[in-house]
Design a protein around this ligand. Structure first.
Ligand SMILES: Cc1cc2nc3c(=O)[nH]c(=O)nc-3n(C[C@H](O)[C@H](O)[C@H](O)COP(=O)(O)OP(=O)(O)OC[C@H]3O[C@@H](n4cnc5c(N)ncnc54)[C@H](O)[C@@H]3O)c2cc1C
Length: 401
C-alpha cells in the first residue's frame, strides 16, 4: 500500500529491515496463509524463513547474537507480518515477550544461557499467566511453587498458552509464598519460573504435561494449549532474576511491550482488510458502476482508511515512548484498545463490501473476520485497558482542590 500507515523518521537500517520483511510477507506468507489457516496447519516453512531473517532475535542485544533493534522496529515488523497472517505474528510475540523479560530481569547466567539460542530461534518462548478460572484477574493465580531443597516443586493448571506446544521455554507465573509472610499482597508473592521443556504434546518433562491444541474459531496454525504441572521440579536458579516475589511486576512489564505488539497486529490486519476492501470495491459492479463509485461505499473506505491511519499513529507513539525509556502504560493501553477496536470495525466494513462473497471461504476476508476478535481479548481485554487508562489519567490529572 503506497500511502497509508507510513512512519516518519525511520533510519536506513529500519527501512531496510521493513522492506525485507514486507517482501517476505508478500511472497512467502500471503499466498499460502488462508490455505494453511483453513487446515489449522503450523507454518513451519514460514517460521524457518523468519529464523533465517533473524526475526527471533530482532530485539535481543547484539552481544547475545540478536539484532539489538528497538521496540518500534519490532512493532513495525509485526504490523507487516500480521498484514500477511496474524497467526505468524503470534508465533514470534510470546518469544519476544520472554526474551524481553530475560533481557530486563534475568540474571547474567540466565541471559548467557538463553538469549543467544533464543536469538537464533533455536529456543522458542511461551509465557503463561492465565489459568482456567482467571485471565484478567492475575492476582487470583492459584498455581503454586513450594521450596524443596535446592528446587521448587510446582503444581497447578495453566490455560491459553500461545505456542504452548512448539515452545521449549515457558515463563510461568505462580504463587510462591516462601519467604513472604501470610497476608503479603498477592502481587508480591508471585514468581516467574523459566521452565525448559521438549517441544510437543503429552508429558514433555517429568511433572509437566501439555495436552493437545485448543480448537479455536480463528488464529489457527499457531498452537494454543493448556499446561499442567504435577510435582514439576524446577531448580532455584530458574527463578527469573534469582529472587522470588517479583514475578507479577516482571510479567506486567512483559505484557506492556506485548500490548504495543497487539496494537501492531491490529494495525496490520486492518491494513490488509482495507487493501482487500478497496480492491474489491473497484472490481464489483452494481447498478451500472463499480461499487466504489457509490458514495456509501466511498464513505466506508474513507472511514476504514482514517482508522488505519489513527491506529498506526498511536501504535508508533506508544513504541517510541517505550524506546525513549519512559513509562508507556497509558500510551500502550490506548494503542492496544483503539487498534483492536478499529481493526474489528475495518474488517467488518471490508466484509460488508464483499457482499455474499465475504462469507465464502474462498475470500481472504473470511479469515480476517475470524481473526480480529482475538485482539479484543489477548494481552488484556478492552475493559482492562480502559481500567489502566482511567487509573493513569486520574494520576496525571489529580484534582488539587
Ligand atoms: C487465543 C488466545 C491466546 C492467548 N494466549 C495467552 C498466552 O499466551 N498466555 C497467557 O497467559 N494468556 C493467554 N490468553 C489469555 C488471555 O490473556 C485472557 O483470555 C484474557 O486476559 C481475558 O481473560 P479471561 O478469558 O479469563 O476473561 P475474564 O477475565 O473472565 O473476563 C471476562 C469478561 O469480563 C470482563 N471483566 C473482567 N474483569 C473486569 C472488571 N474488573 N471490570 C470490568 N469488566 C471486567 C472482561 O473484560 C471480559 O469481557 C490467550 C487467550 C486467547 C483467547
Amino acid at each position: 500500500m503506497a500511502r497509508l500507515a507510513q512512519t516518519a523518521g525511520l533510519t536506513d537500517v529500519q527501512q531496510e529491515i521493513l522492506s525485507t520483511v514486507r517482501d517476505f510477507v508478500d511472497k512467502e506468507i500471503i499466498p499460502v496463509a488462508t490455505e494453511l489457516e483453513h487446515r489449522d496447519e503450523y507454518p513451519q516453512a514460514i517460521v524457518d524463513g523468519l529464523k533465517e531473517l533473524g526475526l527471533f532475535g530482532l530485539m535481543i542485544p547484539e552481544e547475545y547474537g540478536g539484532l539489538g533493534e528497538s521496540l518500534l522496529t519490532y512493532a513495525l515488523c509485526v504490523e507487516e507480518i500480521a498484514r500477511g497472517w496474524m497467526s505468524v505474528s503470534g508465533i514470534i510475540n510470546t518469544h519476544f515477550i520472554v526474551a524481553y523479560m530475560l533481557k530486563q530481569h534475568g540474571t547474567q547466567e540466565q541471559k548467557d544461557h538463553f538469549l543467544p539460542r533464543m536469538a537464533a530461534g533455536d529456543i522458542r518462548g511461551a509465557f503463561s499467566m492465565s489459568e482456567p478460572a482467571l485471565g484478567s484477574d492475575v492476582s487470583a493465580i492459584t498455581s503454586k511453587a513450594v521450596k524443596d531443597g535446592d528446587d521448587y516443586v510446582l503444581n497447578g493448571q495453566k490455560m491459553w498458552l500461545t505456542n504452548g506446544g512448539t515452545s521449549s521455554l515457558v515463563a510461568v507465573l505462580v504463587r510462591s509464598d516462601e519467604g513472604h509472610p501470610e497476608g503479603t499482597a498477592p502481587h508480591k508473592s508471585m514468581t516467574t519460573f523459566l521452565v525448559e521443556k521438549e517441544p510437543g504434546f503429552g508429558e514433555v518433562r517429568p511433572g509437566l504435561t501439555i495436552p493437545g491444541k485448543i480448537d479455536k474459531m480463528g488464529y489457527k496454525g499457531v498452537d494454543t494449549t493448556e499446561l499442567i504441572m504435577d510435582g514439576l521440579r524446577v531448580p532455584a536458579d530458574r527463578v527469573l532474576g534469582g529472587v522470588t516475589g517479583r514475578g507479577f511486576y516482571q510479567m506486567m512489564d512483559g505484557v506492556e511491550v506485548g500490548r504495543v505488539n497487539v496494537a501492531a497486529r491490529g494495525c496490520g490486519v486492518a491494513q490488509r482488510a482495507f487493501e482487500l476492501g478497496v480492491r474489491y470495491a473497484q472490481q464489483r459492479h452494481t447498478f451500472g458502476k463499480a461499487i466504489a463509485q457509490h458514495q456509501a461505499i466511498q464513505f466506508k473506505l474513507a472511514e476504514m482508511a482514517t482508522k488505519v491511519e489513527a491506529a498506526h499513529a498511536m501504535m508508533v507513539n506508544a513504541a517510541r515512548k517505550k524506546d525513549s525509556g519512559e513509562r508507556n502504560d497509558l500510551e500502550a493501553g490506548m494503542a492496544k484498545y483503539l487498534a483492536s477496536e478499529y481493526c474489528k470495525e475495518v474488517v467488518e466494513d471490508a466484509f460488508r463490501i464483499h457482499g455474499g462473497y465475504g462469507f465464502s471461504k474462498e475470500y481472504e476476508i473470511e479469515r480476517l473476520y475470524r481473526e480480529a476478535p482475538m485482539l479484543l481479548i489477548g494481552e488484556g481485554t478492552a475493559e482492562i485497558q480502559k481500567m489502566i487508562i482511567g487509573r493513569r489519567l486520574l494520576e496525571e490529572y489529580r484534582f488539587q482542590g
